[in-house]
Structure formats: structure tokens, C-alpha cells
Design a protein around this ligand. Structure first.
Ligand code: GLY
Ligand code: MN
Ligand code: MN
Length: 461
């Protein structure tokens, strides 16, 4: 039977069942705090990802309380005409039950009065341990409950981290979430197309250089024009050798004909991230060395895509990409067989890390680096390569299931160094797409922007 509950109510109900299955108790989940930028100016407000996942509610100063019995209560700001004139509409506790399908709602000002009442007689209190300052607040509520113990009221004896439960729920995306992620990825893909065309047009018109910030402006324009609320993370626009800085955050350097431009940028849409990287020639035509490395990275991404399917492990995509990259390093001469040996030796000794030093993907969802375990917590630890040329005993990577969403983002980054052919110096390439695990494999939802060499050259030509 199809559930008639909203996704938010269904998730709260799931959470309540999980609390009940783990001995019961009450979960207390605050929304994110507003952050002051300076003086009386705030950073743009963004809800806490898990709070929003469970409520669909976007106001600061709000709290969700879920009981193991299934009861869900919201605390939020009261209506206040004066404040609403300045800051915008407030839902208010009166309208909240109907608007959000919670059982009851109260003014947030009653938090410290109500929580001790609700915690009384409960076996456990669940809250996100990572939320700054919350533990002290919970302890204060528990102290109040204990002070009433002479009247026979019992206080929760256990504190547990509710994030462990909600994070795990968030790992598998439902159809509605995948649909939103598909839209976010489509907007981001269009933004990358716009940036490529912008560079091509500028250089065709005779520009000697294009600034990174000009290209970033094209991305932001396309994100907002299409309804995205913001970038999902600070956009990386790296001209030439800046692409070899993995977390490059400059923006004022200039891109010249003959150089590559690496853009790692994705928008957030209705709370969901996208994360795309493309690397393209400034003036639309790859040089031979650029093309040689690009093809290696593209093949590595294809190998990681083939390794991303139900039953495979999340880390398999990385191992598949590393093997192709290592082979490519030997074939193009970044590494010399006479020095480092064959591809197995390159992997065994981690010699490939000179040119590929990051992982091949991460969960993506509400957060660009989304929550969720990467290890199979229910399997025994086993000996495995540590990726640095040694061994480590740890739990295996977890098995993929339909509805999980990962990025696939291999790269090659060549810094000038003795023994490295000069033709490759300062080339940095990454190709990144977002992959939804399906029943039989995976689907790349971010391919609205070309990735093949001839397609990029055609788009920019
Ligand atoms: N854009 C962040 C990442 O690729 O992980
Ligand atoms: Mn990524
Ligand atoms: Mn990225």
C-alpha cells in the first residue's frame, strides 16, 4: 500500500520506530543556529540538513521532538508582526500542526519548561552529539528532571546520538529525493556548459585572458536563473596550474589560450547538492599532452562507473579508477616502468599518489559530502591496503544498494618534478559526475554537460 504520509511525516515515523526498537526514549533535534557574519548582518540562513529532512521546515529557532511512541512535536518562533515586517513571515505554533503534520506545536520560548516534562520517565534522550552546546542544554534539562525525583519521577539514564540513526536513513534516497538531485545536477550541468561557451566566445573574440571570477559569475548566473538557492559548496574555478591545488579557492587568476580550466561547481536545489567537475581547454582545443592525460582520467571514470552497482562495495570504484590511472601513468610516461615496475607495483607501493592523491568519490545528498558510514559496520575487520603502500586492519567498505548516490571523481595532477616529462607539467584534470545506484548498475545524472574530448571541442568550437 502506498503511504499517504508526506515524506517528512514518514521519516519521523521511521525514526520513532527505530527509537522504539532501541529501548525507546525521546529524540530532540534542533535546527541550525543563525550565524552572524559581522555587526548585525547574518550569513544566509540554511537549515540543518537532518532537521529539514524530518520536517521540511526552514525557520531558525525551531526544534523537533520525536517520541518512540510516534508523537512528533515542533517548537518554533511565535508570530510577531513587528519582527515579520523586518524579517519575513513566521509560521507560528498555531499553524504548524496542520502545515507540517506534526501532532502539536509550541512556542520555542517554552523549550526549557517543556523538555524536562517530556524527558521525565523516559529511558533515554537522543540528540545530535555534534550540535554545539546541546549537550550542556540536555544536561540542564536532566538536572531539572532529577530535582523532581522525590516525587517519584525517573530521569533518562542514557544519552544517545540520534545522528547515527538519521544519517543512516539519509544514505538511501527515495524517489522524490532522486528527482530533486536530478534537477540540481541538470542545472549545474547547464552552468558548466555556459562557462565553456563563455570562454570559447571570449577567446574567439580575441581576449588575451579571461579571469576566473568572470567564469564563476557565469556559473552563479545559471544556478540562480534556474531557481537554485545557492552553490552547494564554494565553486572551484582553476586556471592552468591552479588546477593542481585540490582545494583551490582563489578566483583572481587569469586563464590563457592553450591552458586548461578546471571547474568544480554544483548548485544546491531545495536542500539537495550536486557536484560536477569538468576540465576543458580555454580556447576549445586540447593540446596533445592535455588530451593524453584527459583520456586516461575519462577511462578511469568509466572504470569507476562500471564498478558502481548493487552488491559492489563503495570503495571498488576507487580501486578500479586507480588501476586505470596507474596504467595510464606508465603508458604516457609520467611514471617509468624501469623505476617503479608494473601496474601492480605502482598500486602496491602507492607510487600513483604522486599524481592522484584523493579518493574517487563520496556520498552526496543534502550535504555535498553527505552523511553515512563508508564502512560496513556489521562486518568483521579485515586486512587491506591502506592506500599508502602499507596494510591496515579495518572494516570493509560498505556494499552499495539502489538509492545510494555517490560521486565519481578521478583526476591527475602533475606538478613540475625531476623525471616528469615537461610536456605534462602543471596540468591538472578532474572529471566528476553524480551517480545514482540503480537496480542493475548506476546512472550518471550530471551528464547534461559534455565529457568526451570531441564533444567538448564541438561545444566550444
Ligand atoms: N566539490 C567537492 C568535492 O568534489 O568533493
Ligand atoms: Mn565531489
Ligand atoms: Mn566536486
Amino acid at each position: 500500500m502506498t503511504s499517504v504520509l508526506s515524506p517528512f511525516a514518514r521519516r519521523r515515523s521511521d525514526l520513532a520506530s527505530q527509537l522504539a526498537a532501541r529501548g525507546g526514549g525521546v529524540a530532540v533535534i534542533p535546527n541550525a543556529a543563525e550565524l552572524l557574519r559581522n555587526a548585525d548582518t547574518h550569513f544566509p540562513y540554511r537549515s540543518d540538513s537532518s532537521f529539514h529532512y524530518l520536517t521540511g521546515f526552514d525557520e531558525p529557532d525551531s526544534w523537533l521532538v520525536v517520541f518512540a511512541t510516534g508523537r512528533a512535536v515542533l517548537l518554533c518562533r511565535e508570530k510577531n508582526l513587528e519582527r515579520e515586517i523586518w524579517d519575513g513571515m513566521r509560521l507560528g505554533p498555531q499553524a504548524a500542526p496542520q502545515a507540517l503534520a506534526v501532532d502539536e506545536a509550541f512556542a520555542v520560548g517554552q523549550l526549557d519548561e517543556l523538555l524536562p516534562q517530556w524527558l521525565a520517565g523516559q529511558p533515554a534522550v537522543w540528540f545530535p552529539f555534534a550540535h554545539t552546546g546541546l549537550q550542556a542544554q540536555v544536561e540542564a534539562w536532566l538536572k531539572t528532571v532529577r530535582s523532581r525525583s522525590r516525587s517519584g519521577i525517573e530521569s533518562p539514564s542514557v544519552m544517545r546520538d540520534v545522528a547515527a540513526l538519521v544519517s543512516e536513513m539519509r544514505v538511501i534516497k527515495d524517489a522524490g529525493e532522486v528527482e530533486t538531485m536530478r534537477l540540481a545536477a541538470a542545472i549545474s550541468a547547464n552552468a558548466h556548459v555556459r562557462a565553456m561557451r563563455f570562454c570559447a566566445d571570449r577567446f574567439r573574440a580575441g581576449a588575451a585572458a579571461v579571469y576566473e571570477y568572470e567564469i564563476e559569475a557565469e556559473l552563479l548566473h545559471e544556478f540562480r536563473r534556474a531557481g537554485s538557492q545557492s552553490p552547494a559548496y564554494p565553486s572551484i574555478v582553476a586556471a592552468g596550474s591552479n588546477a593542481c591545488v585540490l582545494h583551490y579557492s582563489g578566483g583572481a587568476a587569469s586563464l590563457h589560450p592553450g591552458e586548461l580550466c578546471l571547474i568544480d561547481a554544483g548548485c544546491e536545489l531545495d536542500g539537495y547538492a550536486s557536484d560536477i567537475t569538468r576540465t576543458f581547454p580555454a580556447n576549445g582545443k586540447f593540446t596533445a599532452p592535455q588530451r593524453a592525460l584527459y583520456e586516461v582520467v575519462l577511462q578511469a571514470q568509466k572504470a569507476s562507473q562500471d564498478a558502481t552497482r548493487p552488491g559492489a562495495r563503495q570503495r571498488d570504484a576507487h580501486h578500479a579508477a586507480v588501476r586505470v590511472l596507474a596504467e595510464g601513468m606508465l603508458d604516457v610516461g609520467l611514471l617509468e616502468r624501469s623505476v617503479v615496475g608494473n601496474v601492480d607495483a605502482v598500486i602496491e607501493t602507492a607510487a600513483y599518489r604522486q599524481f592522484y592523491m584523493h579518493g574517487t568519490g563520496h556520498w552526496i545528498g543534502r550535504d555535498v559530502h553527505d552523511v553515512g558510514d563508508y564502512m560496513a559496520s556489521d562486518e568483521p575487520a579485515v586486512e587491506q591496503p591502506d592506500g599508502l603502500g602499507g596494510k591496515v586492519v579495518k572494516k570493509p567498505s560498505r556494499v552499495l544498494q539502489p538509492g545510494m548516490v555517490v560521486t565519481l571523481e578521478p583526476g591527475l595532477y602533475v606538478r613540475p618534478a625531476p623525471g616528469v616529462p615537461e610536456a605534462f607539467w602543471n596540468i591538472g584534470i578532474r572529471i566528476e559526475d553524480d551517480a545514482v545506484v540503480t537496480a542493475t548498475g548506476c546512472e550518471l545524472i550530471s551528464r547534461g554537460v559534455p565529457v568526451a574530448v570531441d564533444e567538448i571541442e564541438a561545444l566550444m568550437g
